[in-house]
Design a protein around this ligand. Structure first.
Ligand code: ZN
Length: 506
């Protein structure tokens, strides 16, 4: 008898055997039990999570002659024909290789014929998102008026590529990644019944690399048993997976702990020569995670302290991502190692933090053109700022004096860029306004004005009466304030005065 791959041999034949999708099988069992079968289903979710398997069990359940509750008997002619892939009433179509309009037309022809020996004709369309637009349109026509005897089960890993018009005609089920516990349970079951013997840790490692896909897990187990015979060792598994053992990861962690960058890089290059670096990066991140959780639990007395494990973990997680786009796979890992040993990642974090704070400072003055000042003033008048002339004490020292001085022409331009050194914000102006006043030769008139806003390079003040406004706007007074601002704050700003109560232009 020909060898049958494990995932075929162990393909669940009943709803109760389907792993990890209880939320779906329970609903389907109820539907079959109560005879409320929909005409179109959409099964979506990651690969290897049981979509096609569930579709087949459902197809058998609706056609079984000797159903046991909602479960197919797997003995009657309809069930056995479906199990053997020879049923004329259960048709599987792979949309990845039959994606055109002609194939869907052919399918529509088939839909018209009544089932040969079963109550329903079931069409299972795998990877349905691969259909062309034309083909989807043709399929939609069938879904709009399905004959009573037809059931469509569409399966896809990428539901977002399926047109809404199709989705809205289907009863939709979202398949989940299968949990590690469920995969390990299934592997143990197969190992025990298949009289295989395995090293400790084999099911766990297979589970980790298969990322929630039971099909992938079974296929690795399959390969391992083909290589190792009745006894599967961890070394067999490392060879198949192209990954390294725990001891290599412990060595790497030890080297990093000792800040031995050269040693760590040497080890990395040894791994690179014989193993899959991507998988290695993932395994090392998993190893670090395990270590981090162990320190959180207080289960271990780690050599690497928690902060260092955290740093290392974030560096390697980042490297793992960068590897997707790297032309040389080892480079992101090399950088992670060197950065960790040099402590560069701390520096990066600090620089990023500073950049963020600087960006916030730059946002405060804004870069809006002066035309918007009036609007801004109106807003601010409804919620007046504190009268800084009387309440704010002078504090702080003189600025460093390195602030740039804009020329007269610069000041007239509408949108001056706010440079980093120019980052004196409105709060700072309010705080130091008394100093500006004290420094200003003609300060009498200023006492009847209020600070309103700093709008880009324009400082806006307001006053309540037209007389003050007139005085304020005299060139010699503007120049005096200008000088005082420059002396105290080191800035060259445009100054604008508006009427407190006048909504329009002053
Ligand atoms: Zn049956």
């Amino acid at each position: 008898m020909a060898y049958q791959a494990l995932y075929r041999a162990w393909r669940p034949q009943r709803f109760s055997e389907i792993a990890g999708q209880r939320h779906i099988t329970r609903t389907l069992v109820n539907a079959v039990d109560s005879g409320r079968i929909a005409h179109a289903y959409l099964f979506s979710g990651p690969r290897g999570t049981g979509k096609t398997t569930t579709a087949k069990v459902l197809a058998k359940a609706v056609n079984c002659a000797e159903r046991d509750g909602a479960e197919p008997c797997n003995r009657c002619p309809n069930c056995t024909a479906t199990n053997n892939g020879v049923s004329v009433d259960v048709l599987e179509i792979d949309a990845a290789s039959n994606r055109g309009i002609d194939e869907i037309r052919e399918l529509r022809e088939q839909v018209r014929y009544r089932p040969a020996s079963a109550p329903y004709k079931v069409f299972i369309v795998d990877e349905v998102h691969m259909l062309t637009g034309e083909a989807f349109n043709a399929l939609l026509k069938t879904l709009e008026e399905p004959p009573q005897h037809v059931i469509f089960i569409l399966a896809t890993t990428e539901a977002h590529k399926v047109p809404l018009t199709i989705l809205s005609r289907c009863q939709r089920f979202e398949f989940r990644r299968i949990s590690n516990e469920e995969i390990i349970e299934r592997l143990d079951e197969i190992i025990q019944s298949g009289s295989l013997s395995v090293d400790d840790g084999v099911p766990e490692l297979i589970t980790r690399v298969s990322e929630g896909s039971l099909r992938d897990a079974l296929s690795v187990l399959d390969q391992a048993s083909a290589l190792g015979g009745d006894r599967i060792t961890m070394d067999d598994l490392y060879a198949i997976l192209g990954t390294v053992g725990q001891d290599t990861m412990e060595t790497l962690a030890r080297l990093l702990d000792a800040n031995d960058a050269a040693g760590a890089l040497r080890l990395l290059h040894e791994v690179e020569n014989s193993k899959d670096l991507r998988l290695f990066a993932r395994e090392f991140s998993d190893y670090l995670r395990g270590r981090l959780f162990a320190t959180l639990d207080g289960r271990t007395n780690p050599k690497l302290d928690q902060d260092r494990v955290l740093r290392l973990l974030s560096l390697f997680a980042k490297a793992e991502q960068e590897m997707r786009f790297a032309s040389r796979l080892s480079l992101p890992l090399e950088l992670a190692i060197v950065r960790f040993v040099r402590g560069d990642d701390d520096l990066e974090t600090r620089v990023a933090d500073l950049e963020q704070r600087l960006a916030k400072l730059e946002e405060r003055p804004g870069t809006a053109p002066p035309e918007s000042v009036v609007g801004e003033v109106q807003v601010r008048i409804s919620a007046p700022p504190p009268n800084v002339l009387q309440t704010t004490p002078a504090q702080e020292t003189q600025p460093s004096g390195e602030l740039p001085v804009a020329s007269e022409r610069d000041r007239r331009t509408v949108q001056e860029p706010v440079s980093a050194a120019q980052a004196v914000d409105f709060d700072a102006v309010c705080r130091r306004w008394p100093e500006v006043l004290a420094s200003c030769k003609r300060q009498q008139y200023l006492k009847r004005t209020r600070l309103l806003a700093l709008n880009g390079m324009t400082l806006v003040v307001s006053c309540a009466d037209p007389f003050t406004l007139n005085v304020f706007e005299r060139p010699e007074n503007l120049a005096a304030l200008d000088e005082a601002l420059h002396r105290v704050l080191g800035v060259k700003w445009r100054i604008k005065c508006v009427r407190d109560n006048a909504p329009g232009e002053p």
